[in-house]
Write a protein that binds this ligand. Structure first.
Ligand SMILES: Cc1cc2nc3c(=O)[nH]c(=O)nc-3n(C[C@H](O)[C@H](O)[C@H](O)COP(=O)(O)OP(=O)(O)OC[C@H]3O[C@@H](n4cnc5c(N)ncnc54)[C@H](O)[C@@H]3O)c2cc1C
Length: 374
């Protein structure tokens, strides 16, 4: 066990490992601690859609998502070189479909908004949508094609980030829960583990996902709560779709290995990860409404994960109130997409003292400011 480090990262999900990799490549002594296994929580439960445009994000958050999406091709190449792993990246685009008149009426405004920002988007009528994806329901009214969206296998991506961080020299310690963040006078001093041992460091990065609100000697409680997402996988031997398909409530993600992922519920039920009858029912009903041919598909697997959600749905990035303590948490539905830009930002702050993007909208203290507290 290391007693000191330059930087301690709490949490070995996609976010913690992406940050650790960047810092270790800059030759800092990095220790990454996880109470379970690297990537074992939300990061492996995700669908892996890299939807910068398709989820209707706006303002600085849209900019952050686009920036991160643009970094994927280079990062995927680097991860392959560093670990030999194929992370299942595909620049496949994303198709949003409308199944009712009401949903279809909203599409032109969404297309205009994206086109106004010079982002590639194509408005499709019902016939064009079904020519593109013949497996879709005949009741599809129209759609939007986002040609530059992409997808990745989130579990392989997270594992590759963990292996690349190790290969760059980071010490990854699984099954090592952190109990407290320690102070050293006015700044951060390291962490105390559940075992009672301490690791001292001048920099601590809190990348603990849905658990990032845990306290310590420091009065910094990040307002992150879990948002449960249930998903399932169907057998899809005939590759029914060429790209992820987004409906109003349900999405379908084809995987090259012949599985079709169906996601996802968004539930405020604390740290409960159970798969429920109602959750599975809503996913299957949504999937069959989009593609009736799935009625006979074999159900392969169900699971649930906890998305780290902040009150406004945007992540908390940057120094968190105390010198040396950084937050990289609260990525909600977009933590796989945002892993590259988060790592870039945290590395910029910790190594050079400045972020490559303005962090005002993502600061930890924005919630206190909103509620009028000091
Ligand atoms: C069903 C579902 C579908 C999703 N689909 C997508 C998608 O298509 N695209 C996308 O971009 N995002 C998606 N997401 C969101 C994405 O999964 C998350 O935003 C992302 O994984 C968050 O990464 P993280 O590293 O912050 O959290 P996590 O992966 O949860 O990692 C946090 C880690 O911290 C560890 N930890 C917690 N507390 C402690 C402690 N005290 N000591 C030590 N370690 C600790 C945990 O064990 C965990 O491994 C989805 C999420 C879900 C649940």
């Amino acid at each position: 066990m290391a007693e000191t480090a330059d930087i301690v990262v709490i949490g070995a999900g996609a976010i913690g490992c992406a940050v650790a990799r960047r810092l270790a490549k800059a030759r800092r002594r990095v220790v990454v601690l996880d109470r379970g296994q690297p990537g074992g929580e939300a990061s492996s439960a995700a669908a892996g859609i890299l939807a910068a445009q398709g989820e209707g994000h706006e303002g600085p958050f849209l900019d952050l998502c686009l920036r991160s999406r643009a970094q994927f091709p280079a990062l995927v190449g680097e991860l392959e070189a560093e670990t030999g792993m194929d992370v299942g990246y595909s620049a496949c685009g994303l198709l949003e479909v409308a199944l009712s008149e009401d949903e279809d009426r909203r599409l032109p405004a969404r297309a205009a908004e994206q086109a106004g920002r010079k982002l590639p988007v194509e408005r499709l009528d019902a016939g064009s949508v079904r020519r593109l994806e013949p497996g879709l329901s005949p009741s599809v009214r129209g759609g939007l094609l986002f040609a530059e969206e992409a997808a990745v296998d989130p579990a392989r991506f997270s594992l590759a980030l963990a292996r690349a961080a190790s290969a760059a020299g980071a010490l990854l310690l699984p099954e090592t829960p952190v109990a407290r963040i320690l102070s050293d006078g006015p700044r951060v001093g390291g962490v105390r583990l559940a075992s009672g041992e301490e690791i001292h460091s001048e920099v601590v990065v809190n990348a603990a996902g849905s658990w990032a609100s845990f306290g310590g000697d420091l009065p910094i409680l990040l307002p992150v709560r879990p948002a449960k997402g249930q998903m399932l996988a169907l057998e899809a031997a005939r590759h029914p779709f060429s790209r992820p398909v987004l409906g109003a409530k349900t999405y379908l993600v084809p995987r090259p290995e012949g599985r079709l992922l169906v996601g996802a519920t968004v539930e405020d039920v604390g740290f409960d990860k159970s798969v429920t009858a109602e959750g599975v029912l809503s996913l299957l009903a949504g999937a069959i409404a989009i593609a009736p041919g799935l009625r006979g598909a074999r159900l392969l697997e169900t699971w649930a994960g906890l998305r780290p959600r902040t009150p406004d749905g945007w992540p908390v990035l940057g120094e968190a109130g105390v010198p040396g303590l950084y937050a990289a948490a609260g990525h909600f539905r977009n933590g796989i997409l945002l892993a590259p830009a988060t790592a870039e930002i945290l590395a910029g702050l910790i190594l050079d003292g400045r972020s490559p993007v303005p962090l005002g909208p993502f600061r930890a203290d924005r919630f206190a400011a909103r509620s009028g507290a000091a």
